[in-house]
Design a protein around this ligand. Structure first.
Ligand code: E4P
Length: 229
């Protein structure tokens, strides 16, 4: 499963890239607004840092506007994926942009029927929002199961991008279900690394090491003179 960072913060993106942890980035208008930076230069800088897919959302409500924005976004960088909402207008835009070989991430998906239509319109990614469903006492991961079943019944090439992830279990469950991608905020990515037993184990190892006399714990470089290369 690929991991995307759901963020428009260059600091977070660069840090996550340094861990070798992310394959791409997703943004949305709320995340971009939080950065309070000039939109296009920011987007370009993100694309240049990531070397992978970067989703950017259209802000028009009608298909002609989305198509126009999508074309402009896609010319900015080859990594751009255009996000269109799961509305009638969004589907029209998806169909048109896909026919122009522009990758579309259909976003704000909350039902299996919506996901089916996005695939038929030619979406490259479908983004079901699991956390926002959980927030309303619906089972977000059940939506992933349903989409997975529907997509595997037919020769669709649309990838399932699990979005609105709130905690590590969402990520683990997405991987168990065979989702193609999970996109998550920086806090969740960090939480994936953490385990109290790792921290406690490392503390104990290093304390035991400290107890050794200095002479025997000196780390030596290999002896080239002895023929070790
Ligand atoms: C995905 O592309 C969305 O930007 C994101 O996952 C939404 O998450 P939220 O429900 O936490 O805002």
């Amino acid at each position: 499963m690929k991991i995307f960072l759901d963020s428009a913060s260059l600091t977070e993106i660069r840090e996550a890239l340094s861990w070798g942890a992310i394959d791409g980035v997703t943004t949305n208008p709320s995340l971009v607004a939080k950065e309070k930076k000039d939109f296009f230069p920011l987007l370009k800088e993100i694309c240049e840092a990531v070397h992978g897919p970067v989703s950017m959302e259209t802000i028009s409500r009608d298909a002609p506007g989305m198509i126009q924005e999508g074309r402009v976004f896609s010319q900015l960088h080859s990594g751009i994926v255009v996000k269109c909402p799961l509305t009638k207008e969004g589907l029209k835009a998806t169909r048109q942009l896909s026919s122009e070989h522009i990758r579309v991430n259909v976003t704000l998906c909350f039902s299996p029927s919506q996901a089916l239509l996005a695939a038929k319109a030619g979406a490259h990614y479908i983004s079901p929002f699991v956390g926002r469903l959980d927030d309303l006492s619906s089972d977000g991961m059940q939506l992933i199961r349903d989409i997975k079943t529907i997509y595997s019944n037919y020769p669709f090439s649309t990838q399932i991008l699990v979005a609105s992830i709130r905690h590590p279990l969402h990520v683990v469950e997405a991987a168990r279900l065979g989702a193609d991608v999970a996109t998550m905020p920086f806090s969740v990515l960090e939480a994936l690394i953490k385990h109290p037993l790792t921290d406690a184990g490392l503390e104990r190892f290093l304390k035991d090491w400290e107890k050794l006399p200095l002479e025997i714990k000196r780390i030596q470089t290999p002896n080239r003179a002895a023929g070790v290369s």
